[in-house]
Design a protein around this ligand. Structure first.
Ligand code: ATP
Ligand code: MG
Length: 425
């Protein structure tokens, strides 16, 4: 392959792979995505399935989300689909909604104009149109294996960038010049490492050399984008990606002081790795872990020492520690409140199993079940079985109920006080 990623400016015709040359079957594709594609086709537009779904299906893995790409403009799609909503500030996308709360993301083919992100310099020169051809759309994507199109109508895979060869040789290759593409959008450094780690692919040599050079630029990306990217790592296999991010010194650029601690303290990171191994396994088995539980999982080893003093205001201690860590990922306030709660409950559970004293009022907190799940994953490396709960663990450790329970039982035996007669509560 002379120029697999075509840094050239001449038009490239795609490699077209028809059946039985590829292994994608329409049956593997989300029926809603098929509906969108067929409808666009009937309306006279071109529409393909693209991104991670094509990659995963060609690898024989189940696909997660089915992105559709088309030459129809967002406004045209909205006008023709009653259930379509235009979203996005940076790039306008359309979400076509279906019953059951499901949505298919439909993007219009676009060119590499990531610099549109910057404010328009003056109104006399409006920014160039972001839209482009299928070929331009393939070339603006991050890595070759993510830039394949599946043409449902002709049952063919279209490859403008050498992605099929890279899938075959298990290579993560940046589309275009790695240094340029990383400078343009440093988040791509993270994405390259994510896909290589998840798929157990090798990073192409030049990209590999450029990763350490550009890694620090990630810290300057917007916290909102970093949050989106981190959530992708937390949604599927998390452990291999966190290990790769640590190896390349990227944790400190996304998780600030917390990430730095994980990079410099091997013991602490190995604690995190064990937790993530259990978490990843549980997820594969279908255990539903919320985003708050995932955030609590990644922060637990770092936060654990903060709970060593007792009788202090853990909420405040956690808030102060997070402030001091200067985490670059912009974690929404409500999510932070939730995973702080989970951390506090997990710590209370662990303390109770040693002291026999539990604040049972915590059971009334809505996040108690999530905290129980995480407690099992952290301390038993597995989720709770159907008949297990934190109480069952506690009863095993303290069959007589523990000091606090005994005291309570004694209290309950006392005769009830005389009615006070007043309204004091
Ligand atoms: P996942 O399995 O994690 O969903 P994905 O490949 O679908 O992986 P997404 O983050 O869902 O990744 O993005 C969808 C597609 O958008 C990618 O496959 C890629 O083609 C393109 N893309 C996403 N982020 C970038 C980026 N920063 N630069 C260029 N292309 C990108
Ligand atoms: Mg995706």
């Amino acid at each position: 392959m002379d120029d697999p990623i075509g840094t050239l400016n001449r038009p490239v015709s795609p490699v077209v792979l028809t059946r039985p040359g590829h292994s994608i079957s329409r049956q593997d594709i989300d029926p809603n995505a098929l509906k969108v594609v067929f409808r666009l086709h009937r309306l006279g537009f071109t529409a393909y399935i693209t991104g991670g779904a094509v990659r995963d299906l060609l690898l024989g893995r189940p696909a997660k989300d089915f992105d559709v790409v088309t030459n129809a403009r967002p406004g045209q799609i909205k006008k023709r689909f009653g259930n379509a909503y235009v979203i996005g500030r940076r790039f306008r996308l359309v979400h076509v909604h279906f019953s059951g709360g499901k949505a298919i993301e439909v993007a219009t083919f676009r060119r590499a104009v990531d610099r549109l992100e910057e404010p328009a310099p003056d109104s006399e020169n409006p920014p160039p149109s972001p839209y482009g051809t299928p070929e331009e759309d393939a070339f603006r994507r991050d890595i070759t294996i993510n830039a394949l199109f599946y043409d449902v109508i002709n049952d063919a895979v279209l490859d403008y960038v050498g992605g099929l060869e890279d899938l075959a040789s298990k290579t993560v290759r940046v589309v275009g010049d790695p240094a340029e593409r990383f400078t343009e959008d440093p988040v791509r450094v993270w994405r390259v490492l994510r896909h290589a780690a998840r798929l157990e692919f090798a990073v192409e040599e030049e990209a590999g050399r450029e990763i350490p050079v550009h890694a620090h630029l990630i810290a300057a990306c917007s916290g909102a984008r970093l949050y989106e990217e981190l959530n992708k790592d937390l949604a599927y296999e998390t452990k291999p990606v966190m290990e790769a991010l640590r190896k390349f010194g990227i944790l400190r650029h996304i998780l600030g002081g917390t990430g730095e601690k994980y990079e410099t303290d091997a013991g602490l990171f190995s604690e995190l790795s064990s937790i993530l191994e259990a978490v990843d396994r549980a997820k594969l088995e279908g255990v539903p872990l919320s985003l708050a539980e995932m955030y609590a999982a990644i922060f637990w080893p770092w936060a654990r020492p903060l709970f060593e003093d007792s009788g202090v205001d853990f909420q405040k201690i956690l808030n102060d520690a997070f402030r001091d860590a200067r985490i670059q990922v912009n974690v929404p306030r409500s999510l932070r409140a939730d995973f702080n709660q989970i951390l506090i409950i997990v710590a209370a559970m662990e303390r109770a199993l040693h002291t026999g004293k539990m604040r049972w009022s915590l059971m009334r907190r809505p996040l108690f079940n999530g905290a129980t799940r995480l407690h099992f994953l952290i301390f038993k490396s597995r989720p709770p079985a159907r008949d297990e709960s934190f109480e069952s663990l506690f009863r095993q450790a303290f069959p007589s109920g523990g000091p606090e329970r005994r005291r309570r039982r004694r209290r309950r035996k006392r005769p009830p006080p005389e009615p006070a007669g007043g309204a004091s509560t």
